[in-house]
Design a protein around this ligand. Structure first.
Ligand code: NAP
Length: 285
């Protein structure tokens, strides 16, 4: 989901982009990663690859750590070899969710799942391998074109008249994959190594409130949506109850907040098969 948005945005900004999927570049293979990067000598690498199936990670640790820990480390070593900037995406799930307010870079990660632990290890290994030019971007509650998660598919599923359940007691800061992609490119150009929290503006929301806003935007306010509590789902992986993020460093480097999440959600729902935001969709179809 995020990789496609990044590719589209960078290409439409005039960058020469080489994009890979898992079949063409397995980021857990150190030799292949090094060879590929040495052959292409990119100025910047934006790593959107990850094992994102949170419950799947709980059941298959090896796959989780290969993609989420070894992947960023391999890419950081290869970035160092060609003096490239590495932007690697991490997650709000590095936090345990016990804090009442927003998590900032000053909060200590304490992941509660294999997914969260593997992503945190990826952050640390990448930073250790290429400290001067690794940019870690933590995000969360990401929705967008091509996404298969609840947030990305709720409207489509309501249109198919599926019965929907949404969690009312788990909170995050929604992030439109398109807006994230724009910010990832900006960060790769500014080259400030460190950890950034990148989410849309606003106070955050629950899955249920997000789903109701998405259904409203899609003209489906009457669709059936059952409110459920997180624990009632009995999923294999524990999740943080609150993983809302705020960034302490973005204003200091002159970057404005991303759009308010409800505005980006309206763009996502109303643009259908087009990309990104209205101006981009108009310019590029
Ligand atoms: N979605 C969210 O709400 C969310 C929240 C916080 C952070 N993030 C982070 O945001 C980033 C982008 O996530 P997304 O939502 O765009 O996920 P996505 O749609 O699942 O995309 C991840 C991609 O990585 C690929 N991949 C998996 N293992 C790989 C490997 N070893 N080598 C190369 N590619 C591999 C997957 O391929 P296959 O599909 O073939 O396995 C998939 O194409 C990830 O770092 C994720 O952890 C996501």
């Amino acid at each position: 989901m995020v990789g496609r948005a990044v590719r589209r945005h960078c290409e439409s900004s005039g960058d020469f982009v080489i994009a890979y999927d898992r079949q063409s570049l397995d980021v857990s293979d150190p030799d292949l990663v090094m060879q590929t990067i040495l052959a292409n000598k990119p100025e910047a690498i934006i790593n959107c690859a990850a094992c994102t199936d949170v419950d799947g990670c709980e059941l298959d640790h090896e796959r989780a750590y290969a993609a989420n820990r070894d992947g960023p480390e391999n890419l950081a070593k290869a970035s160092e070899a060609v003096n490239a900037t590495l932007v690697t995406i991490s997650t709000d799930y590095v936090f345990d969710g016990k804090k009442a307010g927003f998590y900032t870079q000053e909060d200590t990660p304490n992941p509660v799942s294999v997914y969260g632990r593997s992503k945190l290890e990826g952050e640390l290994r990448a930073q250790a391998a290429h400290p001067s030019a690794t940019i870690v971007v933590r995000s969360g509650f990401i929705f967008g074109k091509g996404g298969t998660n609840f947030l990305s598919t709720v409207v489509e599923r309501a249109r198919r008249r599926e019965k929907l359940k949404a969690i009312s007691d788990s909170f995050g800061t929604p992030t439109y994959a398109w807006d994230l992609g724009v910010r990832l490119r900006e960060l790769s150009q500014l080259k400030h190594a460190g950890i950034f929290h990148v989410v849309n503006a606003g106070d955050g929301t629950s899955y249920e409130e997000f789903a109701r806003a998405a259904l409203d935007a899609g003209g489906l306010a009457g669709a059936s949506l059952e409110s459920v509590e997180m624990d009632s789902l009995h999923r294999p992986a524990p999740r943080p109850r609150n993983s809302r993020l705020k960034c302490l460093t973005t204003p200091a480097i002159g970057l404005p907040p991303l759009p308010f999440w409800k505005d980006s959600l309206v763009d996502f729902v109303t643009l259908g098969e087009s990309w990104g935001v209205k101006s981009e969709a108009g310019a590029n179809g």
